[in-house]
Every structure is written in C-alpha cells, then in structure tokens.
Design a protein around this ligand. Structure first.
Ligand code: AHR
Length: 324
C-alpha cells in the first residue's frame, strides 16, 4: 500500500480520535485537492476532455486546480512544481510529450504527492514515479486505422500502388508515436500501401489544413489516402482538399482518429470515410482514482478505455448519441 501525504494526515487524525479528540475527522474530511495540468486546447477532443474533468471534479466534491499548458512541456513542469509548492493532495496530468519528466516527477515523489497520468503516457527511468495511467491504447488505435485501410484498399483499389499521406500529431507525443507505429505495423503486410509523405500538423485544424495544402501542391505523386492522427487535422485537411477542387472521401479516402462530433458531421456529409474512437470522457474515472490513490487503496498500473470504429455509413444514425 502506498503512503501519501494526505493518507498520513488521515492516519494521524485517526490516531487523535482514538485518543478522544473530536476534531480529528474534520482534517480527513476536507475536500481533496487535485492539481491537473492539461496539454492545452488544441482540438475538439481536448475541449471535451477538459470539460469532463472539470464537471467530474464538481460532481465528486474535489477541489480542482486546473492549469492549461498551451501545448508546452515547460508550462507543464512549472504547473507541477506549483502544485507541489501548494501541497495539493494528488497531481494528475496529460503529458504533452513522452520524455523529459524524470526530474519533476521525482520532486513530486519526494514531496509524497502521488501522480496520476491521464490520456498520454510518459517514458521514465523509474515507473514508481507515477502511480497509475488511465487512457487509450494509441497503438491499437493506429492498428484499427490500418486494418480499415487494408480492407478499403482490397475493395476500392484492387491493383497498383496506394499512396498515403500522413498528418502526424504533436512531435514526440505518445499518440503521434504510437498511432504511427500501430498503423505502420498493419499496412506493412500490404507492400503496395505506401506512406509517401508524413508531417506533423500538431493536432490542430489550422496546421492540418496548412500541411495538407503543401502535400497537395507538391503534385509529384497522386494522393489516394490521407491518414490523420486526429479528427481536427482531418477536418482542416478536408478544407484544403475542397479548395484544391477535389472531393474528400471520394478522390482521397480519409481515415482519422478521435470520433468527435465534427468527424461524425463530416462523415454524414460524405467528406470523411472513417474515424477510430478515442474516448476523452476520462473525468469520472480520474476522480475515483484520485480518491482511491489518496486513500492508499491499491489501483491498477494501467487502465485502458474501451473504444470502437465508426464508418461513414453509420454516422448519421450515431451522431445524436455522441457525447463529445
Ligand atoms: O492525446 C489525445 C489526442 O490529443 C487526441 O487524439 C487529439 O485530438 C488530442 O489533441
């Protein structure tokens, strides 16, 4: 069992009450304080994720200190240090990139403040620097996108090379690295499926559009497929494709990831072929985890969310059911 600062406080309070002091329970009943460092507000997915966390904190009676890092690691490091200085009960964060967290996480550990990772994972030398990680399996999401494409190519491009352009997420981020890995793992079984261009669009619509415009301008290779690491970049790219006089989802097949409402609208309008779901509604589970971790209860090291794949033919029917 892990011993956290608040856990120690609760145990101390219990000791006092055993000694007959009535005020002890009050110390343990104070609302739990959670410091949360969010990546930013780069996508529809992220907005849904932030709202889920804020709403769930209110529902759970947890005091949330929320910091937006504007897609910068240095801002996240500052936020975590400030949470340590404020002696919050528990820290959670969605790391913008995978590496470079050892020092600040050790500072949190030394201060006996447990850390929960949400949405994105980290690469650290010592896994005890965080208690648990809740989020999607990004490699599997990439595989799902790849499997859809292999199947699509068999039916729609029965012969010849299939040229793919790839819009990657933020450089060095877990979803960009893992989705690429999963996608490539599947398509390598079909040598005619080739990624001919690949560049980061930083998970934003504006960058997705800008990079797709550059892909289209190059004109040296016909583009058959776009693989976008998230829906926002796909939506930006759809604009670029239309402005270039082409029909998205027809002249260029588009597979993306997230399953946000904007993607369902694009699919219902016949402009996007498929989206692989990535669930941002992590708030309620995170709040329960925060309570369990602070109470010293054992929790799983990795909690993976359940997700599906949605194609254009089901989009109109599914749209009213979407929560984000
Ligand atoms: O980490 C999850 C990814 O980050 C989502 O796919 C993307 O939309 C967001 O910006």
């Amino acid at each position: 069992m892990k011993t956290t600062r608040r856990h120690l406080l609760a145990m101390a309070a219990l000791g006092l009450s055993l000694a007959g002091t009535a005020s002890s329970a009050l110390a343990a009943d104070k609302p739990l304080v959670l410091g949360f460092s969010q990546v930013g507000a780069e996508s529809e997915w992220r907005t849904a994720n932030s709202n889920s966390i804020k709403d769930a904190a209110k529902q759970a009676g947890i005091t949330l200190k929320f910091a937006d890092a504007q897609q910068k690691q240095e801002n996240q490091v500052k936020a975590i240090r400030s949470f340590i200085a404020q002696k919050v009960d528990v820290i959670a964060f969605s790391p913008v990139v995978e590496s470079g967290w050892d020092t600040v996480l050790r500072e949190a550990k030394n201060a006996k403040i447990p850390v929960i990772l949400t949405d994105r994972a980290v690469k650290v030398s010592d896994p005890s620097l965080y208690v648990t990680f809740i989020g999607s399996d990004f490699v599997e999401e990439g595989r799902k996108a790849g499997r859809w494409l292999v199947d699509w190519a068999k039916k729609n491009a029965p012969t010849g090379e299939v040229n793919i352009v790839e819009l990657q997420g933020t450089v060095g981020s877990a979803p960009a690295l893992d989705r690429k890995r999963g996608f490539e793992e599947i398509i390598q079984a079909e040598p005619r499926l080739k990624i001919v261009r690949s560049q980061s669009g930083d998970f934003t619509r504006a960058k997705g559009k800008e990079v797709m415009e550059a892909f289209l301008k190059a004109k040296d290779k016909k583009i058959h497929v776009l693989f976008a690491h998230n829906d926002d970049m796909a939506i930006g790219a759809i604009q670029a494709i239309e402005e270039a006089g082409l029909k998205p989802a027809k002249d260029i097949a588009i597979v993306s990831i997230d399953g946000v409402r904007g993607a369902f609208q694009a699919m219902a309008a016949g402009k996007l072929n498929v989206t692989v779901e990535c669930n941002p509604m992590l708030g309620p589970q995170l709040m329960q985890l925060a309570k369990d971790v602070v109470a010293g209860k054992p929790v799983a090291k990795r909690i993976t969310t359940e997700e599906g794949v949605f194609t254009a033919d089901v989009a109109a029917k599914e749209l009213p059911n979407r929560k984000y």
